[in-house]
Write a protein that binds this ligand. Sequence first.
Ligand code: ZN
Length: 211
Amino acid sequence: MDAAANPFPRVFCIGRNYAAHAREMKSEIPESPVVFTKPSTSIVRPGRIVQYPKHGSSLHHEAEVVVQIGRAGQAHSREDAQAFVGGVGLGLDLTLRDVQADLKQKGLPWEKSKAFDQSALLSEVTAYSKELDLHDIDFSCRVNGDLRQEGNTVDMLFDVERLIVEVSAIWSLLPGDLMYTGTPEGVGPLEVGDRVTVESGILGTWSWEIG
Ligand code: ZN
């Protein structure tokens, strides 16, 4: 990626934002959003081949709704927050689960398991308008056509407005920033040769091949 032309200054990701996924990971339900970041150089647009990383052996798909921030600054209230939503898309927060388990056990940061090259798959982004209900977006993930994950943003523990308020209190937002809003249950492994697809009636259908 040409860094100078990068339209996405930062990639924020929310962990454990769906209760059923937190349970399948045997993680506690958080009391405030779990936030981590990926470098924007980890973004892969649709249609590109994603190379299976060499430093792990359990690459998991996490299908997520992605919010693109449309303006700079901090949202001080839920009412403020909606004005920060510039667009909405779908993405995959690719995770090396074996590496993550090892890092978690040692109490170390997650970057090696979450923030590696090509770990942030990103669809085209649909411009946000009020008709798009952020609290009722159905989405799914298929691998080679088999349904693996199904979710709806109504099940988020912390909704988009709350996430924008909480994240912007710590990182003043910039136009183009992305927020991966968490994954529902059903995460699982990808293998070389697999085709992973994220789909939403509202946001389209987007695929990547694992090479
Ligand atoms: Zn995730």
